[in-house]
Design a protein around this ligand. Structure first.
Ligand SMILES: [Zn+2]
Ligand SMILES: [Zn+2]
Ligand SMILES: [Zn+2]
Length: 213
């Protein structure tokens, strides 16, 4: 059993921490809890390695232990459209909008920037949906749910009769940090899940049932 404890404790620290990062510009301080065996790198390299996985969670060495966090807290911005890259028509000086994103591993907050291409007339809610993020309101959405978390809630509420509030409490524990107002998120989830359920009925016409919950 001692060897098991030793092996588990190994995951709580890293012999590489605070060594120079391979980029030569920072120290190895930041690792991923969602990638398997992700070794610490500097914040800049972490974000570069996660260009298509902005919702992987972060652990950053604070001098004593790895502190849990999100990529938004590292200063990462979220770009909607263009495969997650910045829109070439983004007006200079834009500060972006605050967006709370609820995923299966908890909550993430980002400064978010939308596509401004002249040919694109879609509003924020449609751009978010096309990026795989289900908005909880049509007007100025500020809370969105990933398709993954909607699918998980749908299964748990259908099979396990889990309430929206219990589900939100589980996500809050997973977040290990600042979490938006519980009952507000729960209400958003209930509203969004009814849209999701009707969407599922339509999408089932095009996909195998197992592909879309
Ligand atoms: Zn990762
Ligand atoms: Zn680096
Ligand atoms: Zn654009």
């Amino acid at each position: 059993m001692d060897e098991v404890h030793e092996a588990v404790l190994f995951t709580e620290s890293s012999p590489l921490v605070d060594l120079p990062c391979a980029c030569g510009k920072g120290k190895k301080t930041t690792r991923c809890t969602d990638c398997n065996q992700h070794e610490p790198v500097c914040d800049t390299c972490f974000i570069a390695e996660h260009s298509s996985t902005p919702f992987h969670r972060v652990e950053k060495w604070n001098g004593q232990f790895f502190q849990k966090g999100t990529q938004g807290e590292l200063g990462r911005k979220l770009y909607i459209g263009h495969g997650g890259k910045q829109c070439p028509y983004l007006p200079a000086g834009q500060k972006g909008r605050h967006l709370d994103i609820i995923d299966v591993n908890g909550t993430h907050s980002f400064r978010t920037f939308y596509c401004h291409c002249p040919s694109v007339t879609d509003g924020a809610w449609k751009q978010l949906t096309m990026a795989g993020l289900f908005p909880s309101s049509i007007d100025r959405p500020s809370t969105v749910f990933t398709f993954g978390v909607m699918k998980l809630f749908h299964l748990l509420s259908t099979i396990g009769k889990t309430s929206a509030m219990d589900f939100v409490q589980c996500l809050k524990r997973r977040t290990d940090g600042a979490f938006p107002n519980d009952s507000q998120v729960s209400n958003c989830l209930l509203f969004t899940s009814s849209s999701y359920a009707s969407l599922r009925k339509h999408i089932r016409l095009f996909f195998e049932p197992s592909e879309f919950g």
